[in-house]
Design a protein. Sequence first.
Length: 134
Amino acid sequence: MPRALAHLLAERRARFERSILSPALLAQQVQAQQARVLNAGTRLARAAATQFDRRSTHLDGLGRLLHTLSYQATLSRGYAVVRDADAQLVTDSKTAQAAGRLSIEFADGRIAVTTAAPVSRKPQKAPGGQGTLF
């Protein structure tokens, strides 16, 4: 057999023997795959924690925005919400006067009130044709 052919056969035989599954080779491959899985698990846990932190921060921001835009925040700045007996908003004095019974909501609670007859703002004339200062 020529030398070149013998060398080629020896090389192929060595490659074949290396490719045969052996317990040592299988153990080595299992360890390599375990390392890859462990690495992927670590990266996944880190990515999940980062995503959770981002979403948590975003949700906190939305909560602050909701509070800022809520009517309760407006009440805490000194405003009040007026409702009639049917819990409908009252936005003008004419409706409030006609309603009779009202509920006024402040930042710290509600009170019930009743409206009285309108107070005349025109000065009344005193006897003798002269007006009063009161």
